[in-house]
Design a protein around this ligand. Structure first.
Ligand code: FMN
Length: 197
């Protein structure tokens, strides 16, 4: 089983989640980890990123590339933007066809809040009629700069009530704990194990 973990992350929450899932899965499977921004136009990913998630000494010139189609499964990670996968992750999601696929994401709201549950439903809906490896959400701290921006929005753009709720949720947001990230890794480990045994 050769798997690919792809992720999109603006401020690091989803990247950390992807790395934790990668660490767990690599105990048993051949896994590659890749930021979706490094997918090239032909849909190929630089595979040796998987050798070292922090990949500081990478020589991209020499790195081997592999098409997404050549992996047995893909786990796609996103940050939640207005209730669904962020735009770049959605673009990649739409390109992945006929493949076992799981979705993971971080979001400002708590996964067990009403909003969190709705997001989970949305992601599950995206996997309907696909070979689903499930979905998993972790909390992610909202960038303070984004909160400042929200505070600056006028009622013309977002109704005050909604804006206040978004600010409240964002101020309460937090990073995922080690335990939560570990659980995410174990969730996908079990899912993938169950399709290989
Ligand atoms: C433009 C924008 C829209 C967002 N929309 C939502 C949302 O609808 N629901 C939510 O719970 N969090 C939302 N967030 C918060 C992010 O999903 C959350 O902080 C995430 O962990 C960021 O991930 P990253 O650090 O990998 O970029 C939004 C953040 C931004 C910047």
């Amino acid at each position: 089983m050769k798997g690919l973990i792809l992720y999109s992350s603006k401020t690091g929450n989803t990247k950390i989640m992807a790395e934790q899932i990668y660490k767990k899965l690599k105990e048993k499977f051949q896994i590659y980890l890749c930021d979706i921004s490094s997918i090239d136009n032909s849909g190929a990913v630089p595979c040796n990123l998987g050798a070292d998630p922090l990949g500081l000494s990478l020589d991209m010139e020499k790195s081997s590339k592999e098409k997404i189609e050549n992996f047995d499964f893909v786990l796609l990670g996103a940050w939640i933007d207005r209730g669904t996968l962020n735009k770049n992750a959605m673009k990649v999601f739409k390109r992945i066809k006929n493949k076992k696929i799981g979705l993971f994401a971080t979001l400002g709201a708590m996964p067990n809040s009403d909003h969190g549950k709705n997001v989970k439903k949305t992601l599950e809906e995206l996997l309907k009629n696909k070979e689903s490896l499930g979905t998993y959400l972790c909390p992610g701290q909202v960038d303070p700069k984004m909160i400042k921006k929200l505070e600056g929005l006028t009622g013309m753009v977002v109704p005050k009530k909604i804006k206040d709720k978004m600010i409240q949720t964002s101020l309460k947001s937090r990073k995922a704990t080690e335990e939560e990230l570990k659980d995410a890794g174990e969730y996908f480990y079990k899912k993938i194990n169950s399709i290989t045994t």
